[in-house]
Each structure stands twice: as structure tokens, then as C-alpha cells.
Write a protein that binds this ligand. Structure first.
Ligand code: SF4
Length: 365
């Protein structure tokens, strides 16, 4: 029974770690959905689901880190390794603007790549400032903590200096990429060469101090336990608490997605089920009482589960992406055009509303 937790939610009280554990182990996922939907309606009373027009640009797949859960990377020297020429990156940006239109900072670009030993800070500064100056309609929401820590390291500058220089070149916010599960036992098992939990949190904290926002993510369904997932949620909530002391909140959104095993070093792991995704989404909405937006992950779950998740605490359908190479390397590929996203939202009983990365309404496309 979770009646006492339901009463806390009704009274607007914060849930504890133990409450979260009980929710994760509660057998009736529909009840979790009803609670999460209640909280979503309190934060977003209008029957509106937002989405964003944006695209991924996987500018390089060369990476020496070899995370066990990753099917995207190619090690330095591999024949299938690539770094996209600048002109091709610009072509991809122009394709995005063709879809998203020219309203300033309305088209999100998520640059995401491997840890390529040849790409130092100057590469990113040049690329970001070119994109920003040539294409004012874009908004650079790019680079994971791992990419930033590594480019700072090989450029022999501090992470803070790297962030400031990237910001000055046009980087506006950080995606939560690379958080995986914020518990060192899990990170040591699946991504032992990546930053620690504390480093991931510290880089996001630093970005916030210099005026950048970010999103938080969680990749679940690999080697972690339910307890690890909950630790992750509590750590994200604590960092958001810190940011609320000085601003209107550092994390704009939370997105969870499930591990895709094909092509990775963990091919025998069984994929998280749709129920696991819905349960995790609902618990995230209930635990993360200080984060306004919870995004669907249709890329891993497919349109139908993402649509159902709109009644499990989700208020945002995420980005059109246009192209996705990192998760799809692991065996799934659901990328949808704008009209299909709108159809799914409307068929679920909501109005679809385009937004920008700052979650402000965009009126045209
Ligand atoms: S997840 Fe990122 S850091 Fe890890 S191997 Fe893949 S590209 Fe490299």
C-alpha cells in the first residue's frame, strides 16, 4: 500500500529516498501513473505537451574511452572512424533551419561525439562561433561532461576555462548526456574511464555558476539496481536544490532512457520493458519535485510507449532530433518528423506546442 505516500504527494510534501524505493517496488504501475499525472497537472495545468525542433549532429565517432554500453564509438585508427567536415556540419544545420525556421535561437543543435584526441578547445571554439554567427536561429545545447573534461585536459586548461571559452564561442546549455547512472559502482562497471559521479555533478555546477542551464538524464537498465536509480534521482534533486538558492533552477528538464544492448560489450543483457520505463518515468516525476519538465524518450521506447508515458508524468515530447547515431548504434531507431510528434500528442488528448530549449513558446515553424 502506498496510501501514506499518496497523501504526502497530495499535500505537496517532498518524498524521501525510502518513499521512492517503495514506489519503485509497488506492483501497480497504473497507480504510479495516476500519482505522477497528478503532479504533472499541478505543475502544468494546461493540457499541453511541448516539443522542440532540433537535431543531433554526431560530429565524430572517434573515441578511446570504450564504454561497455556504447556501440557508437570507433577507436582512434579504426577505418570506420570519422570526423565530419565543417561544410557537412553546416549542411546539417541548414537542413534543421529548413524545418525549424528562422526565429532566433529556436532550433536546437545537440552536438555529441566521442572523445577524439585530435579535437582541442580551438576546434570547438571555431565551430561554435561559426555556427552562432552564420545561423542566429540555432541554439547550441551541446557536449557531454566527458567531452568537456577531455577537451580541457588535452588543451591543458581547467574545466572552468574550457566552459567559459565554449560559452563565449556560443555554447548556451549542456545536455545531461553521460550521466548514465550517478552511482560510482555502476559507472566503474560500464564506463570506468569516464568521470566520476562527483565530477559529473561538479561540471554541471560549474556550468551553472557561469550562467548556463542544463538538462539531467539517466540511462537505466544496464547493471544498476533500483537503489542506484534512486540515488541518481536524489543526487539530481540535491543539485537542483542548490541552484534554486541562486536562480530559477539549473536543470530545465529530466530525461530517462533505457540501455540498448545490441552492438555493445553487454549484448546479453535484456532490454528494459515498457513497464520498467513507465515506472521509472513516474517515480522520476514524483521524486524530482524541483524540476519542471520531464521529457519522453521516444528514441528508445518508440512512439507508442512515449505516447502512453504522457499519462505517467511526462509534459514534453523532446526534440525532433532528425538524426540519431549514438542510441541507434545500440539497436533502436525511432526518429520522427514534427507532424508525427504532433499527431501522437493530439491523439493522446493534448495540444501540441512547439518550444525552444529554454522552454519558451515558439509560435511558428
Ligand atoms: S559513450 Fe561516449 S565516451 Fe563512452 S565510448 Fe561511447 S562515445 Fe566514447
Amino acid at each position: 500500500m502506498i496510501t501514506d505516500i499518496a497523501e504526502k504527494i497530495g499535500a505537496g510534501e517532498r518524498l524521501t529516498y525510502d518513499d521512492g524505493l517503495r514506489l519503485f517496488y509497488h506492483p501497480n504501475v497504473t497507480e504510479l501513473g495516476m500519482l505522477a499525472d497528478h503532479v504533472r497537472r499541478q505543475k502544468h495545468p494546461e493540457p499541453v505537451i511541448t516539443y522542440n525542433i532540433g537535431r543531433n549532429i554526431n560530429y565524430t565517432n572517434i573515441c578511446w574511452v570504450r564504454c561497455k554500453f556504447c556501440a557508437f564509438y570507433r577507436p582512434p585508427g579504426d577505418q570506420e572512424g570519422y570526423t565530419l567536415p565543417e561544410e557537412e556540419i553546416f549542411r546539417k544545420v541548414e537542413d534543421l533551419i529548413d524545418v525549424g525556421g528562422n526565429e532566433p535561437e529556436s532550433c536546437e543543435i545537440l552536438m555529441q561525439g566521442g572523445l577524439n584526441p585530435k579535437l582541442k578547445i580551438e576546434y570547438y571554439e571555431h565551430l561554435f562561433s561559426e555556427i552562432t554567427h552564420r545561423y542566429p536561429a540555432t541554439y547550441l545545447h551541446s557536449l557531454s561532461v566527458a567531452e568537456i573534461v577531455y577537451l580541457a585536459h588535452i588543451s591543458k586548461i581547467s574545466v572552468e576555462e574550457a566552459l567559459i571559452r565554449l560559452r563565449d564561442a556560443g555554447l548556451k546549455s549542456l545536455p545531461g548526456a553521460g550521466a548514465e547512472v550517478l552511482a560510482d559502482e555502476v559507472r566503474d562497471a560500464i564506463a570506468s574511464r569516464k568521470e566520476s559521479t562527483q565530477e559529473w555533478l561538479d561540471v554541471h555546477r560549474l556550468a551553472h555558476r557561469i550562467g548556463m542551464k542544463s538538462t539531467a538524464t539517466m540511462m537505466f537498465g544496464s547493471v544498476e539496481t533500483i537503489e542506484h536509480r534512486l540515488q541518481h534521482l536524489v543526487r539530481v534533486r540535491e543539485l537542483q536544490d542548490e541552484s534554486l538558492d541562486v536562480s530559477d533552477g539549473y536543470f530545465t528538464a529530466f530525461i530517462s532512457w533505457s540501455f540498448q544492448p545490441e552492438g555493445t560489450e553487454l549484448p546479453d543483457m535484456r532490454k528494459a520493458t515498457g513497464y520498467d520505463y513507465l515506472r521509472t518515468t513516474a517515480v522520476a516525476r514524483l521524486m524530482l519535485d524541483n524540476i519542471e519538465n520531464i521529457q519522453a524518450s521516444y528514441v528508445t521506447q518508440g512512439p507508442k510507449i512515449a505516447q502512453i508515458a504522457l499519462r505517467y508524468g511526462i509534459n514534453d515530447f523532446g526534440s525532433t532530433m532528425m538524426e540519431e547515431n549514438v542510441i541507434s548504434a545500440g539497436g533502436v531507431s525511432f526518429v520522427m518528423p514534427t507532424d508525427e510528434i504532433e499527431r501522437l500528442i493530439e491523439d493522446a488528448g493534448f495540444s501540441a506546442q512547439r518550444r525552444n530549449t529554454r522552454y519558451e513558446t515558439v509560435l511558428s515553424h
